[in-house]
Design a protein around this ligand. Sequence first.
Ligand SMILES: NC(=O)C1=CN([C@@H]2O[C@H](COP(=O)(O)OP(=O)(O)OC[C@H]3O[C@@H](n4cnc5c(N)ncnc54)[C@H](OP(=O)(O)O)[C@@H]3O)[C@@H](O)[C@H]2O)C=CC1
Ligand SMILES: CC(C)CCC[C@@H](C)[C@H]1CC[C@H]2[C@@H]3C(=O)C=C4C[C@@H](O)CC[C@]4(C)[C@H]3CC[C@]12C
Length: 276
Amino acid sequence: FCFYSTRENFKPEMLKGKRVIVTGASTGIGEQMAYHLARMGAHVLVTARTEAKLQKVVERCQELGASSARLISGSMEDMAFAKQVVEAAEAELGGLDMLILNHIGKSYFSYFDGDVRHIQKLLDINFLSYVAMTVSALPMLKQSGGSIVVVSSMAGKVGFPFTVPYSATKFALDGFFSSLRQEFSIQNVNVSITLCILSFIDTESAVRAAADVVQMSPAPKEECALEIIKGGALRQREVYYKYALTKIPLLLRDWAAELLDYLIRQHYRVERPPAA
Ligand SMILES: NC(=O)C1=CN([C@@H]2O[C@H](COP(=O)(O)OP(=O)(O)OC[C@H]3O[C@@H](n4cnc5c(N)ncnc54)[C@H](OP(=O)(O)O)[C@@H]3O)[C@@H](O)[C@H]2O)C=CC1
Ligand SMILES: CC(C)CCC[C@@H](C)[C@H]1CC[C@H]2[C@@H]3C(=O)C=C4C[C@@H](O)CC[C@]4(C)[C@H]3CC[C@]12C
């Protein structure tokens, strides 16, 4: 009841004039979040590595009615860049209301190959840069009573095959941000933290990587992006999208972990060695 009643209370006007950073906004869910925010009249600052794509996203945001739209390009492998993005918001927007952490580095969707350096690099991009941006943005977010939105995955709550490096980075986010949320609560820090648990979404990169193996149809990125923004604006603890596809497996996780592991394996189309 609480979940649905808060969801009903969302109004697009909540984002009007708000200053928002969206990372990983050149494609996929991040790009769609930028468009929703633009329609709602927010000030958007988008970032990713590919400037040419960001330029197009910014133009589209302006057409859709953003209060303002700007970009800063660079790689989140570099913690100095992560900090620069936050500083750009301070210099150009005069503050920050919402920090949407969404980018991920490229990984592989297959058996763990033993590459330790890849895990280290992915932790830098998918985890450490989130920490660095949060630390830099916190003074501004405290001032505005703002929000941090962290985009994670079912693979950040449960072990899936073929996502070993990725899953490690997403579990790390849960540890960091859930612990930090507890401290904010004790210290009366008025900054909300929303962790988003997503199932399979129809972005180009995800479909390319996983559609042949995962026996399940992906959910639409546009609706996904909107649910993330709603959850952040309503200061929800966690967002589940699609709701039934994430909530029900997570109930099983705590009460019937081996059954859930089995059901997940059943959704994968892989060569299995004959039973002994
Ligand atoms: N799609 C899915 O099925 C699911 C997605 N999610 C989560 O949703 C979020 C978005 O996923 P999705 O939209 O599919 O991803 P995409 O692959 O479409 O987008 C990834 C974004 O990150 C940027 N990026 C990649 N590498 C770097 C880097 N080194 N530094 C900075 N930016 C970088 C990319 O732009 P560029 O290459 O220009 O840098 C792009 O904008 C992620 O957090 C993901 O974990 C969770 C569950 C399922
Ligand atoms: C328990 C079931 C009902 C739900 C199953 C959901 C499964 C199939 C979903 C949940 C998390 C999803 C992965 C994800 O989070 C992000 C990416 C990165 C992208 O670049 C490549 C695809 C990949 C690996 C997704 C593949 C599909 C996954 C495993």
